[in-house]
Design a protein around this ligand. Structure first.
Ligand code: AMP
Length: 411
């Protein structure tokens, strides 16, 4: 299948071809035709599956027809949980809409100075990409009129609920025209998301592409046991010098440890920067741009970078600290292996964290093989054993360890 058969107009297909896409991904193949028919959709798809284009291309198609009412308010609103995702969605709109003449895309996120935002809004908007809190702020000060809105997209809706945006979302939607199309994207479609969809969508088609727990088959996962911090740092140093290492994101549990580790790696000669929520928007943007341009080899980040960040050069994701939630593990490792490439995800684990590893393995239904690096073996032999049988098997019934075999990687 190719993009020409999906019902998109020529300027959009040309922009997609110029982006180097030869055929639609699974989520694009399912979502685009249904979205072009005007249906409400609830879609579960894996991070990195091409979901941004799945909603952005139909949104742009909508803009090829003039709106019956003149005005400055947006015709498409994309709500996203984080500033990083907002930047990425905005960039996607610009990339795919480049041959369409004038499509104004504006991003409204927290942390940005109000005067600059106000100016952007006054100039008129076609596609507004926003985080819920700041959008609601701007709506309450009368700067955004949603009367012309035709399409609402909720991107990473599960994450928005996790971040406590439910009431903001409801308040925003209450001020929109009822006759709009709503597309909801989420890692999962059950529980709270189903309730949200019930309230905001009309008779939606449900499209499930990859369950969130889908195996990241293009990402090779492993873990190393570390005896103490010194050992962990030596393992990290070794991994960052592996020959197939292009760029890495190293995840830490706290903002402070992200800063400290970045300083430490800098002193060891790595082109490194930290990224976390205490940095102002300008600094975050500059850091991500430096990563995109290949000026940084290592980004040390908190979970602020676990979702949305899309840098194709990331060959390695390293969990210096394990994530608190198993679900975040999936999002973190999804930062590598972008757009069909291969990636490596490595967790540096203390013996005390064994239970956390098990929780992650149960969540992903995949065992994470234990690896040992020659010369950097953990002292306690018990911890260099395989990580055990795949989860979901009743305790005490372990059978072999073919998927969890430990391996040695040479220096
Ligand atoms: P997303 O899931 O939207 O974050 O997209 C993940 C990555 O896939 C991005 O780098 C996109 O540029 C890329 N991508 C999206 N659609 C396609 C496609 N049809 N063919 C190849 N790459 C794509």
């Amino acid at each position: 299948m190719n993009f020409d058969t999906l019902g998109l107009s020529a300027p959009i297909c040309q922009a997609v071809a110029a982006a180097g896409y030869t055929s639609p991904t699974a989520v694009q193949e399912r979502v685009i035709p249904e979205a072009l028919e005007g249906r409400d959709l609830m879609v579960s798809s894996q991070t990195g599956s091409g979901k941004t284009a799945a909603f952005m291309l139909p949104a742009l198609q909508l803009l090829t027809e003039p709106h019956p009412v003149h005005g400055r308010g947006p015709r498409v609103l994309v709500l996203v949980p984080t500033r990083e995702l907002s930047m990425q969605v905005t960039k996607a709109a610009e990339t795919y809409g480049r041959n369409m003449g004038r499509v104004k895309t504006v991003s409204i996120v927290g942390g940005m100075p109000y005067p600059a935002q106000n100016k952007l809004l006054q100039a008129g908007v076609d596609i507004l990409v926003a985080t819920p809190g700041r959008l609601l702020d701007q709506m309450q000060s009368g700067r955004i009129d949603l009367a012309r809105l035709q399409m609402l997209v909720l991107d990473e809706a599960d994450r928005m609920l996790d971040m406590g945006f439910k009431e903001d979302l409801e308040a925003i939607v209450a001020r929109m025209p009822a006759a709009r199309q709503t597309l909801l994207f989420s890692a999962t479609l059950d529980g709270n998301i189903a309730r949200l969809a019930g309230a905001l969508l009309r008779n939606p088609a449900r499209i499930e592409i990859d369950a969130q727990r889908a195996k990241h088959e293009n990402i090779s996962q492993r873990m190393h046991y570390a005896d103490d911090m010194g050992h962990k740092n030596r393992l990290l140093d070794h991994v960052l010098r592996e020959t197939d290492m292009n760029q890495a994101i190293v995840f830490t549990a706290t903002k402070r440890s992200a800063d400290e580790l970045a300083l430490d790696l800098h002193s060891k000669g790595f082109a490194v920067a930290a990224l976390h929520g205490d940095m102002n928007q300008g600094a975050r943007t500059r850091t991500i741009q430096a990563l995109h341009r290949g000026r940084l080899r290592v980004l040390v980040a908190t979970d602020v970078a676990a979702r949305g960040l899309d840098v194709q050069g990331i060959s390695h994701v390293i969990n210096y600290d394990l994530p608190r939630q198993a679900e975040d593990y999936v999002h973190r490792i999804g930062r590598t292996g972008r757009a069909g490439r291969n990636g490596t995800a490595i967790s540096l684990v203390n013996a005390r964290e064994h239970a956390q590893v098990k929780t992650i393995e149960r969540f992903t239904s995949q065992a994470i093989p234990v690896a040992v690096i020659e010369g950097l073996e953990p002292k306690v032999r018990a911890f260099s054993r395989p990580s055990g049988p795949p989860p979901r098997r009743p305790p005490g019934k372990s059978r072999g360890n073919s998927s969890g075999r430990s391996f040695r990687s040479g220096r």
